[in-house]
Design a protein around this ligand. Structure first.
Ligand code: SAH
Length: 571
């Protein structure tokens, strides 16, 4: 098995940042995690070392701690159970002079140690005997090879270490180029074969990912198709573990049965134009075999070497409409961070894309003007239809005055058949009103509503009516888009409506640049509210008639709206 999650490089003090950055430079997608109180210029700041490390480990993230090995061992010890899925864990000395693989032998820790050591110009402290002697980890073969009988490997490696020689049957450069004691008359054997084969204590079997299967139609439940594939493979003496990819026409990409089939087989699917199927299979097989089972719409092509699925056709396009929170990583959900890591393309307003910082590195950026929401949605859908994984980026929550609606509007009104197969996901974020409320207490603690004061997309008459109704109903209100350079009178008009129902002393929260540089949160009264207090980066919270100020002895002011109506009424 190979770990696909990007590594986390963890530093506990500023001295280690330089070594951390060097390590990151050779590990695609890796992030530098720094202890918040002792480091700056890191990708992700954390407060609690133990929790952060254990969470990352539990998610299967390879961990590189620039700290004493003992700290890592003690922190992770409670989670150590099954070494199979355990991610690599390495300790690196603060000055980069030692690289010590600790855990994750089955998931390539030694390879990772070699990679890091090469960058730091040191020798890795590899302690795995087999790995050390033979320069290869038989238990964790490289991508494209599957060990069929891992249970036999322990004894097999022990026999090799005891001096037995091994005969190689089939081709695998990672084995033939290793330092294994290869001998045509070896007692032990390693077989590399796409055929079904039983391994034994004296014979390891690796299945190379050389088989592509093509499904051109699906007329039955997934379980039946899988059973059929199993039967055909057995009859043809082929191993299911040698399947590299399932090919299908793009029209099937949203088909749940197809997804169930590929999931059960544990392989990726690539989509191709049905007209090009035969040609593609012939190119894959190059002098090899193509088996055809027309009655079940299945073809099997066997390539002479390992197949790289990403070189064939396209993947199913995906669009993830995400909310990054108001700004700052501390308010960005792990789900959104993960999407940002995996997406190929980012679509969004320039300011929002800039908020993502390093998480956007290495992606194709499609920046646009803030007003062009529909054009942006269209572009995102077109990119996804080409098989890209597009993250459409909004600040705050994507469903609150943001891009999620724009994407659905475009999908609803413009029927483009090529958009039909796109996988769609919406990932929520913390909206400006929630961040503002949290910073000042609980002003939205009871029933509340949000109203955008922008009359670009809806007429002012509607806005007026809503403010009036909300004020009359005694909702606490969050005003979005209160003032812009072109829209300066709306806030004063809104205030006048509010004053028909609320008294002059109603608490008002002005929250500006939340989570960003220049963040301010001020509490004033409704009477004091003026257009110059706000701009496009301000969200305004208006209290209900029950909203209260709480001044602590330190002078600190908090605002809250009681939930208990009895209490609220008594005051
Ligand atoms: N989807 C966003 C809202 C976009 S509308 C969200 O859920 O927060 C844009 C308006 O949101 C701005 O005019 C402002 O009123 C508010 N806003 C967005 N980000 C903000 C921030 N960081 N600080 C204060 N207000 C913000």
């Amino acid at each position: 098995m190979t770990i696909k999650i990007a590594s986390a490089v963890i530093v506990l003090n500023q001295n280690s940042v330089v070594v951390g950055r060097k390590i990151i430079s050779v590990l695609p997608g890796a992030k530098l995690y720094g202890l918040a109180t002792r480091t700056t210029d890191v990708d992700i700041s954390f407060e609690n070392f133990g929790e952060t490390l254990r969470d990352l480990f539990a998610q299967g993230t390879p961990l590189i701690g620039i700290c004493a090995a003992g700290i890592l061992i003690r922190t992770i010890a409670p989670l150590l159970k099954d070494k199979g899925p355990e991610p690599p864990v390495l300790a690196v000395a603060e000055d980069g002079s030692a690289v010590v693989p600790l855990l994750g032998g089955l998931n390539g820790v030694n390879d990772l140690a070699r990679q890091i050591s090469a960058r730091l110009n040191v020798q890795p402290a590899i302690t795995t005997a087999g790995d050390l002697r033979f320069h290869t980890a038989l238990l964790s073969p490289p991508p494209g090879y599957h060990l069929a009988n891992p249970d036999d490997a322990k004894k097999f490696i022990a026999d090799l270490l005891a001096g037995m020689t091994v005969k190689l049957e089939g081709t695998a450069p990672w084995l033939s180029e290793s330092k294994l004691p290869i001998d045509p008359n070896g007692i032990l054997t390693i077989q590399i074969t796409e055929h079904q084969m039983m391994g034994t204590a004296n014979s390891l079997v690796y299945h190379p990912a050389k088989i592509a299967i093509a499904l051109t139609a699906i007329n039955q439940p997934a379980a039946q198709t899988i059973a059929l594939i199993q039967k055909l493979f057995t009859e043809s003496n082929l191993a299911l573990r040698a399947i590299a990819v399932v090919l299908a026409p793009l029209s099937l990409s949203a088909h749940p049965e197809l997804q169930a089939i590929t999931q059960a087989l544990g392989v990726t699917t690539r989509f191709i134009d049905p007209d090009q199927l035969t040609q593609t299979l012939e190119a894959i097989a190059t002098n090899g075999q193509i088996l055809s089972f027309p009655s079940v719409h299945l073809k099997i092509a066997i390539a002479p070497q390992i197949i790289s699925p990403q070189t064939i056709g396209q993947s199913r396009g995906k669009i993830a409409i995400i909310g990054t929170g108001p700004g700052g990583l501390q308010w960005m959900s792990p789900q959104v961070q993960e999407i940002l890591k995996t997406a190929t393309d980012l679509v969004g307003y320039k300011t929002y894309l800039n908020l993502i910082g390093v998480l956007g590195d290495g992606k194709v950026r499609h920046e646009s003007d803030n007003r062009e929401e529909r054009a942006r949605a269209r572009m995102a859908l077109d990119l996804a239809a080409e098989g890209r994984y597009v993250a459409v980026v909004s600040s705050g929550d994507p469903g609150i005055y943001a891009m999620a609606t724009a994407v659905f509007e475009v999908l609803d009104h413009e029927h483009q058949p090529e958009w039909d197969q796109i996988d769609i996901q919406v990932a929520p974020g913390i909206s400006a009103m929630q961040a503002a409320a949290a910073l000042i207490g609980a002003p939205l603690g009871h029933d509340f509503c949000a109203i955008s004061l922008s009359d670009i997309l809806k007429p002012w008459s509607i806005i007026e009516q809503r403010i009036s109704a909300a004020a009359e109903a005694d909702f606490a209100i969050a005003f979005y888009n209160p003032v812009s350079q072109e829209r300066t009178w709306q806030l004063a008009a809104a205030k006048n409506i509010l004053l028909k129902y609320r008294n002059l002393h109603t608490p008002v929260v002005l929250a500006k640049n939340l989570g960003r540089i220049g963040q301010t949160v001020r509490v004033i009264t409704l009477n004091e509210l003026e257009a110059q207090d706000a701009d496009m980066r301000t969200v305004i919270l208006i209290g209900s008639s029950k909203t209260r100020l709480l001044q602590r002895t330190s002078g600190e002011i908090w605002v809250y709206t009681p939930r208990n109506y009895e209490l609220g009424c008594r005051v």
